[in-house]
Design a protein around this ligand. Structure first.
Ligand SMILES: *[C@@H]1O[C@H](CO)[C@@H](O)[C@H](O)[C@H]1NC(C)=O
Ligand SMILES: *[C@@H]1O[C@H](CO)[C@@H](O)[C@H](O)[C@H]1NC(C)=O
Ligand SMILES: *[C@@H]1O[C@H](CO)[C@@H](O)[C@H](O)[C@H]1NC(C)=O
Ligand SMILES: *[C@@H]1O[C@H](CO)[C@@H](O)[C@H](O)[C@H]1NC(C)=O
Ligand SMILES: *[C@@H]1O[C@H](CO)[C@@H](O)[C@H](O)[C@H]1NC(C)=O
Ligand SMILES: *[C@@H]1O[C@H](CO)[C@@H](O)[C@H](O)[C@H]1NC(C)=O
Ligand SMILES: *[C@@H]1O[C@H](CO)[C@@H](O)[C@H](O)[C@H]1NC(C)=O
Length: 484
């Protein structure tokens, strides 16, 4: 055994001696104690806690080693623009490609994601959005109706997270991917079952930390989902949205084969459905546990007539500042994506405070807006608390002025990303959540099973992957209101 110890010691020594050193112009470097792996374990277990610990130690910019990679974290929101603006030195698509391969086993032609994004804008903004809004509204009503007991006096009990995720997934799936006309076992429920299991393995796939058993399961789930999505968007009359059909044609025109097309469709399924359900869950659970907030949102909804609601799902924009503020506050607390760039050439990063740092080619740069601005006590008083009117001025108008270090912030929350890589589906997602919450709160009675219930804890393994998810669930009961 002795030789093994000696070998290990020698190896570690080599790592320490030949390992990377920090130059004076670079951000503080923290490699962690374990060779190669560095901080990967702690990072993966609870990224927020880890990054906060490093922030205490090193300040607003530092570089850590994780699984052989060097990742620089930048946590000063005043300096985010310098990163978001520089797409030449700081490349978005390479890391996106890595994730695409790891999670969806997908490789697309180099310029396709940009083309797909331009095309998506045509379908998710402007006049086409109103069609989508009303298609979604129709499906939401149908799905809700199908789920509630026929007898209006019977309550249905269920976890709120399950309820929100499932219903919004089904309605979203039918609106965009078209389960209606497709009777080849592609009913939304079976797609959801498989999708949900796939989603549970997603963070591990992204980090490449699946165990052998899980790897097998993820492969078989992928296979089943590809089968289920085989028909989606394939022909014009298959019940899918024009967006998906155009997307398929775009892939086809670029010579992407059938098998790869299915993988791309699965990626789109996750991209469009992965965050809306969890967001609606957090919003409703904050409302149900904050009676004052619930009352305020209900009052605003009550002032809208049914006609106003119809415009909410179709053309004219309606103004719901109280709801919007409650949603923004929810996202501040529960949207935690990383904004990641690959450093493709050495770059001097100029921070807002005048400091300059050298970023090394080959490293990754990561913004984590969840820590700052979103949970920064200097910007938000009592940042852990849900305050539904945080984004409202005294006069009821939308509040956009938030400060750090006496300077007004351009980015005070960033749930949708920013710059050219901001979320195209933002308006559609907001409209969907608003319609869903409106329907539940006006046509249904929805209450906590235990009136004193607390919000479930956050599942710490999902920091960095969009909307957070709870550990466990919040039991609720609901039934249709007596509408006559
Ligand atoms: C980044 O770009 C935006 C808009 O193009 C501009 O307003 C801003 O001043 C730029 N910021 C930096 C730090 O270059
Ligand atoms: C709306 O979608 C159609 C395809 O369904 C597309 O041809 C049209 O250009 C889109 N409209 C706008 C304004 O982008
Ligand atoms: C659905 O089922 C009906 C009746 O079995 C059949 O006529 C129709 O072709 C099927 N549609 C699809 C898309 O499989
Ligand atoms: C359903 O679709 C799959 C994949 O396209 C196909 O292999 C299978 O034969 C279809 N089943 C039926 C009953 O049409
Ligand atoms: C937390 O999330 C991970 C990844 O989605 C999942 O595997 C795990 O089961 C979740 N834990 C709990 C307690 O829900
Ligand atoms: C669709 O919903 C969004 C978000 O509520 C809203 O901004 C938009 O005005 C609605 N309708 C249309 C045409 O876009
Ligand atoms: C509420 O229920 C009534 C009666 O079933 C229905 O006409 C109306 O469209 C529903 N409204 C919403 C917002 O779901």
């Amino acid at each position: 055994m002795m030789w093994l110890l000696v070998l290990t010691a020698a190896l570690m020594l080599t790592f320490i001696l030949t390992g990377r050193r920090r130059s004076k112009r670079e951000p503080p470097l923290d490699k962690g104690l374990i060779p190669w792996l560095g901080h990967a374990l702690e990072f993966g277990k609870d990224a927020s806690k880890f990054i906060n610990r490093m922030k205490q130690k090193h300040g607003n910019i530092f570089t850590v080693r994780a699984a052989g990679r060097y990742v620089t974290l930048l946590l000063d929101p005043h300096s985010y623009d310098a990163v978001i603006n520089d797409s030449k030195s700081l490349d978005f698509s390479r890391y996106a490609q890595v994730l695409m391969e790891r999670i969806f086993d997908l490789q697309l032609p180099h310029n396709l994601p940009d083309k797909a994004k331009e095309m998506m804008k045509r379908h998710f903004l402007g006049v086409n959005l109103s069609t989508l809004n009303s298609t979604m509204s129709r499906h939401l009503q149908a799905v809700l109706k199908a789920e509630t007991p026929q007898n209006q006096r019977d309550w249905k009990e269920e976890g709120l997270f399950d309820l929100c995720y499932r219903l919004l997934f089904k309605a979203g799936y039918m609106s965009l991917f078209g389960g209606e006309k497709n009777n080849n076992s592609t009913d939304p429920s079976s797609v959801y079952e498989e999708y949900k299991k796939f989603d549970g393995l997603l963070t591990k796939m992204a980090r490449g930390t699946l165990k052998a058993e899980e790897k097998k399961e993820s492969k078989s789930l992928q296979g089943r989902l590809w089968e289920l999505l085989a028909q989606a968007g394939l022909t014009e009359d298959c019940g899918s949205s024009p967006w998906l059909h155009t997307y398929r044609r775009l892939l086809e025109d670029d010579g992407v084969n059938e098998e790869t097309q299915r993988k791309a469709v699965l990626m789109q399924l996750w991209a469009t459905q992965g965050n809306v359900g969890p967001a609606a869950f957090w919003l409703l659970s904050y409302l149900l546990t904050n009676p004052e907030a619930l009352k305020a949102v209900q009052k605003e909804f009550g002032q809208m007539t049914q006609t106003a609601f119809r415009t909410l799902s179709t053309d004219r924009p309606v103004s719901t500042p109280v709801f919007d503020s409650a949603l923004e506050e929810t996202m501040r607390l529960t949207a935690a994506p990383f904004i990641t760039r690959e450093v493709v050439q050495d770059k001097i990063l100029c921070m807002a405070d005048g400091q300059e740092y050298l970023l090394r080619k080959g490293d990754r740069l990561c913004l984590f807006p969840f820590i700052s601005p979103q949970m920064d006590p200097e910007i938000y008083h009592e940042p852990q608390k849900f305050k539904y009117d945080r984004f409202l001025n005294e006069d009821g108008s939308v509040k956009k002025d938030f400060y750090k270090g006496g300077k007004k912030l351009k980015y005070y929350t960033m749930p949708w990303g920013a710059g050219t890589n901001g979320c195209v589906g933002k308006s559609f997602a907001i409209s969907t959540i608003r319609q869903f919450v409106y329907m539940l709160l006006t046509n249904y009675s929805l209450e906590l099973c235990d009136p004193n219930a607390q919000l479930p804890e956050i599942n710490a393994s999902r920091y960095g992957f969009g909307m957070l998810q709870p550990e466990g669930d919040l039991p609720v009961r609901y039934r249709q209101k007596n509408t006559h």
